[in-house]
Design a protein around this ligand. Structure first.
Ligand code: PBG
Length: 341
């Protein structure tokens, strides 16, 4: 049916889409390198790197190579990295004791990074899963993740990280009350300037698979080990993917306990949660574009099914539009290059 010539279309939103310049002026959301945090995996050894099989172009680096890589990220303008250690199986125990060794891979990596690239912010992780022989973020006692015992260890870890030079401590474990406890522990040790980035709404997600490959930290593997009563998943501490209101409750607690920044994780299946948290938060909101979200785009691109650059930038822009101030993403380095072009 043709539109008659006297039919009056009073509103024509397409006027603002007519040229590249007018689209640029009308654009509501900006994505810049300022918003990107690059997660990094560090492993023992020298002058080596290993590609994570389920995360093409993402590597575990030895400390020396990590430092080189950090110099590249810094030169690209990326403001921060989030560091995760790949701990050899032989050093993992049920009490995750290696995490408190002041001279192990992780604090050594922090010190090396802060010495070589002092301005690059280092965000450290205080969950126990890389160190725990059963793959859990907390201490397992009689088949149960012991909240308060876990917090005791995490507080010691946080002080160790701060002493090594960490700028921001990010608890990714989802224990109750850990933000307040960490703040107290850091302050009592004189680290009042070290910030807390809380994993506020971290879901019990299936999109973490490639990350668990990177660190060999899946609880499922541990469930086959001789130790008994090990829960096979993280459902008793990470959030139920069906819940949105609960994220706001977690947010209120974290703000009350003194979180400097809060996080929603994963990002793409939880854009509504990012939005809700952003609406209620008076501190910056981070979103974690997790390993599985990265792997999906990479795999499709390798098959020639999706345009990697276009899809990655669209996903990151969508996460920003939902309300994220900053984004942890394995695309950080590439995105920084693309955004420079
Ligand atoms: C564990 C931790 C996980 C991630 C970050 N820290 C996985 C998990 O909870 O099992 C996932 C990150 C990703 O998938 O990219 N404390």
């Amino acid at each position: 049916m043709a539109v008659s010539s006297d039919y009056d279309i009073s509103s024509r939103p397409r006027r603002l889409r007519r040229t590249a310049n007018i689209r640029r002026m009308a654009r509501e959301t900006r994505l810049s390198t300022d918003h990107l945090i690059a997660p990094q995996f560090v492993m023992d050894g020298e002058n080596n790197r290993e590609e994570v099989p389920s995360m093409p172009d993402t590597y575990r680096h030895t400390v020396d190579r990590l430092v080189d890589h950090a110099e590249t990220l810094d030169a690209l303008g990326i403001p921060a990295i989030a560091l995760f250690p790949a701990i050899p199986d032989g050093l993992k125990t049920p009490d995750a004791g290696h995490a408190l060794d002041p001279d192990h891979l992780y604090p050594n990596a922090i010190r090396a990074l802060k010495k070589a690239v002092p301005e690059l912010m280092v965000i450290t992780d205080t969950a126990l899963d890389p160190y725990n022989s059963d793959g859990h973020d907390g201490i397992v006692r009689d088949g149960i993740i012991d909240n308060d015992a876990t917090i005791q260890v995490m507080c010691q870890m946080a002080v160790l990280h701060a002493e090594a030079g960490a700028d921001v401590i990010a608890p990714s474990d989802m224990m109750d009350g850990r933000v307040g406890a960490l703040r107290d522990a850091l302050d009592s040790a004189g680290h009042t300037d070290v910030a807390l980035l809380s994993y506020t709404a971290k879901y019990s997600s299936n999109y973490y698979g490639p990350f668990r490959d990177a660190l060999d930290s899946a609880p499922e593997d541990a469930a086959n080990a001789p130790a008994k009563d090990i829960p096979e998943n993280k459902d008793t501490y990470q959030m139920d993917p069906a819940n949105g209101e609960e994220a706001v409750r977690e947010l209120m607690l974290d703000l009350d306990e003194g979180a400097d920044m809060v996080m929603v994780k994963p990002a793409l299946p939880y854009l509504d949660v990012i939005h809700r948290v952003q609406q209620h938060s008076d501190v910056p909101v981070a979103a974690y574009n997790v390993s599985g979200e990265y792997a999906m785009i990479k795999a499709a691109a390798q098959n020639g099914w999706l345009d990697e650059k276009a899809c990655a930038l669209e996903a990151l822009t969508g996460i920003r539009r939902a309300g994220a101030d900053v984004i942890l993403t394995y695309f950080a380095e590439d995105a920084a290059r693309w955004l420079e072009q």
